[in-house]
Write a protein that binds this ligand. Structure first.
Ligand code: COA
Length: 340
């Protein structure tokens, strides 16, 4: 059974924090941030905005674009590292606000690899007959969990949310492969404490309840793992880098993306990059990039996409997707017939 994305929606908070604003808060410069990361500004949630409220906004955007998209949704998966609470899940909170109370819902914790993991999960649920139409969400208020005193990490992150409907699509479209992984040996390079007062490999006095990161280690890991997992996903799908119309990477750092792109020999014009305006929005970054590319008419019906992501865990996730429906496959169209 072919399973793909048939609808998308996104949200970014109104407030924009520029590198110039950061210059006033930290010992940093616009030049340093742009040259090391490519990031120029990021959106920051208001005090009363959280992962669930932003997720709701993304779902509302999805419904605005695809009015029937929520009919028949029978599972909600929200990938987030900044949930409102450990429970109720952010997925359940969003479901309750968008008219899906009672629908199965849970959060997926896999840091920035979460959106691709959630798509793989949805694919599996549908293939196994557990669900027919899954609402996949990536929603983050990283601004509330980063250490604003740590100039080496806080300059990277931003807030945002994306929502997607994953369901049956006509044969020839949809997800063709996933390559997922995680290795806690790299955990000390990117971490945030929760209940326990221990994370193996992290000294106790470094365990403030904020994101801790060793940028250099994460950088090396990311360059390696984006190339390896992307290649694994391509091989599983029987594809070569030359078949890729659009590389849609997790938007962490333009230098990391460039290194992955060069490894695949994919030309710059086939890579979707919008991190200069959003920073790293973790699980929201791939849907935010994909939505922009679809809206701009860049990603079109039948295009071959390759998602590559990495994050805390350390984790990684790549997926090949034959895009269904270009600038907006209406879920009442061919996909609904297939899933009926
Ligand atoms: N402004 C100015 N100087 C800064 C700075 C900032 N915001 N942050 C760090 N520096 C300084 C460091 O203190 C260091 O100074 P020193 O040489 O005097 O000690 C110098 O810049 C170089 O630091 P370094 O950490 O080696 O820089 P880098 O080239 O590795 O770039 C990152 C730092 C964080 C941009 C880069 O390592 C990175 O992007 N890593 C991946 C992180 C990531 O993607 N995390 C999310 C994963 S989902």
């Amino acid at each position: 059974m072919a399973v793909g994305i048939t609808a998308l929606g996104t949200y970014a908070p109104q407030r924009v924090l520029t590198n110039q604003d950061l210059e006033k808060m930290l010992e940093t410069t616009d030049e340093w941030i742009v040259s090391r990361t490519g990031i120029r500004e990021r959106h920051i949630a208001a005090e009363n905005e959280f992962a669930s409220t932003m997720g709701v906004r993304a779902v509302q955007d999805l419904v605005r674009r695809h009015p029937d998209a929520l009919a028949g949704v029978d599972f909600i998966v929200c990938a987030t590292s900044s949930p409102d609470a450990l429970f109720p899940s952010t997925a359940a909170l969003i479901g309750g606000e968008v008219g899906l109370a009672g629908v199965a819902a849970y959060d997926l914790s896999c840091a920035c690899s979460g959106f691709v993991y959630a798509c793989a999960t949805a694919h599996g649920f549908i293939a196994a007959g557990i669900a027919r139409r899954v609402l996949v969400i990536g929603a983050e208020t990283l601004s509330k969990i980063v250490d604003w005193q740590d100039r080496g990490s806080c300059i990277l992150f931003g807030d945002g949310a994306g929502a997607a409907i994953v369901e049956a699509v006509p044969e020839g479209y949809g997800f063709q492969s996933f390559a997922l992984g995680a290795d806690s040996a790299g955990g000390p390079s990117l971490y945030m404490r929760a209940v326990a007062d221990r994370i193996p490999g992290v000294e106790k006095d470094l365990m403030a309840p904020k994101v801790g990161m060793n940028g250099r280690e994460v950088f090396k890991f990311a360059v390696r793992v984006l190339g390896d997992s992307g290649q694994q996903a391509l091989t599983k799908a029987g594809l070569a880098p030359a078949d890729v119309d659009w590389l849609i990477p997790h938007q962490a750092n333009v230098r990391i993306i460039d290194a992955a792109r060069e490894r695949f020999g994919i030309p710059e014009e086939k890579v979707v990059v919008n991190l200069e305006r959003y920073g790293n929005t973790s699980t929201a970054s791939i849907p935010l990039a994909l939505q922009e590319a679809v809206d701009a008419g860049r990603v079109k019906d039948g295009d071959q996409l390759l998602f590559v992501a990495f994050g805390g865990g350390l984790s990684w996730a790549a997926g090949c997707l034959k895009w269904y429906g270009g600038a907006g496959a209406m879920v009442t169209g061919a996909a609904a017939e297939v899933s009926a």
